[in-house]
Design a protein around this ligand. Structure first.
Ligand code: SF4
Length: 426
């Protein structure tokens, strides 16, 4: 299977100061204990509305973004979540709730819609031991009934973007197909799916960490969730291509150290149900992002459910200016000549994203997401949300070095010191 080349895809123009998304944490409390969760639920608790307002003011001052992901902990356990959504909406962001969904009721959903919620990203996966999972659930596909329950709740209210995310490990990597196929069939109610490749510090045993010059033990213990080694975005692409050979991402964010790494990798299907006509081109992404920035001054992240139903118009318009989109349009015409009633059915757009979080390189460098969309505020400053515990615990991010190199460096320093001392004495 041919590997992706980042130079053939569109690099999303997102940066620290001007991004598609920002990440607001409103509580550390949660009603689940997912394996490998990076936030300590016993620390801090709920933020007050005043503290949340202060965080939002910092975002307003330092960063432009289209959406505000509301996260935690689980944001729905915050008793003032409706007011929080309303504050974010009033300040001009699209409020997106990142939740496990457990606390969501129909009544709460109605209130959230009135407050201006734009979308939900439901985290559903096997790491959670969910109380609403089927008793005998043993694969990710067994949780599709749970996913469908939330997608139908949103469908009933209407006009809310519906996404799902899940962590993916070596064990669950092949099961990604079960979720992909389910989402494909339900393209009218599932607008995007995000596969997050699992990481924990124990997966890089060749490194040791330092903070403020002091050596410290890696902060998180190993979990069985991390078994099998480190997955890369290409691994997930290969699995998807096993049953959807034409799967072709169009846009990405690279790493801060490795420009060829895919930290966020986005492919968008154009399809009727599980019948895929093709994947939008890099040029499509480029035009959409730049038109959004020209018209609204913001890079686009979540689009409206209505836009997701405009696949046919997108195909027709972009086929005039782009070869890849023209190919998709001709395929759509060809395949429906014998069943022309399909021309009256909607063609939907559906996103599939792969996120490859921190990679520790052999020399100890940390390859983060360049233009991280999930930047959060803590005490007035912006930080990567995935590493906020380090700031809370030590006041700084950890530096990592290969174990042997640190020893070797110490030896070299000793030798240098000795030579220096001898020179001084002479
Ligand atoms: S750097 Fe961390 S917080 Fe930012 S997008 Fe990557 S994984 Fe998420």
């Amino acid at each position: 299977m041919k590997n992706l080349n980042h130079k053939n895809l569109y690099r999303l123009p997102w940066s620290l100061s001007d991004n598609g998304i920002s990440w607001l944490e409103v509580t550390t409390k949660c009603n689940l204990r997912c394996k490998g969760c990076y936030r300590d639920p016993l620390k801090d608790g709920h933020k007050t509305l005043q503290e949340i307002q202060e965080d939002l003011d910092v975002f307003k001052e330092k960063r432009v973004s289209d959406c505000m992901s509301i996260a935690g902990g689980d944001p729905l356990v915050h008793p003032q979540i409706v007011e929080i959504v309303s504050m974010i909406h009033r300040m001009g962001w699209k409020p997106i709730l990142n939740t496990n969904g457990i606390a969501l009721t129909e009544n709460m959903l109605v209130q959230l819609k009135k407050a201006g919620v734009y979308g939900f990203t439901f985290h559903v996966d096997l790491s959670q031991n969910r109380p609403d999972a089927p008793k005998d659930a043993s694969t990710e596909g067994d949780l599709n009934v749970v996913r469908e329950k939330y997608a139908r709740m949103l469908q009933k209210i209407g006009g809310i973007s519906c996404s799902f995310n899940q962590t993916v490990t070596h064990k669950t990597l092949p099961q990604l197909t079960e979720v992909y196929k389910w989402a494909s069939k339900n393209i009218d109610i599932v607008h995007s799916v995000v596969f997050i490749l699992y990481r924990e510090p124990g997966m890089s045993p060749h490194l040791e960490s330092y903070v403020n010059g002091q050596k410290i033990e890696m902060p998180y213990s190993n979990t069985d969730w991390g078994e099998g080694g480190i997955l890369k975005a290409q691994d997930a692409v290969n699995v998807i291509r096993g049953f959807e050979p034409d799967y072709m991402p169009s846009a990405y964010l690279n790493g801060t150290c490795d420009p060829a790494s895919f930290k966020w990798l986005l492919g968008v299907r154009m399809a009727q149900g599980d019948k895929t006509y093709g994947f939008v081109s890099p040029n499509f992404q480029k035009i959409i992002q730049n038109v959004s920035h020209y018209m609204k001054g913001k890079w686009l992240s979540y689009s409206s459910p209505k836009m997701g139903t405009a696949g046919r118009m997108v195909m027709v318009l972009f086929s005039l200016i782009d070869k890849q989109m023209r190919k998709i349009f001709f395929k759509y015409i060809r395949e429906n000549l014998l069943s022309p009633w399909n021309f009256f059915k909607r063609v939907n757009l559906q996103g599939f994203m792969i996120i490859q979080p921190i990679d520790f390189l052999e020399d100890g460098r940390q390859n983060m997401c360049d233009g991280c969309p999930d930047i959060t505020v803590h005490k007035g400053e912006l930080y990567w949300s995935c590493r906020l515990e380090e700031i809370k615990e030590y006041g700084a991010f950890l530096s990592t070095y290969p174990k042997q190199k640190v020893c070797q460096k110490s030896v070299n320093d000793l030798v240098l010191d000795t030579i220096k001392n001898q020179t001084l004495v002479q």
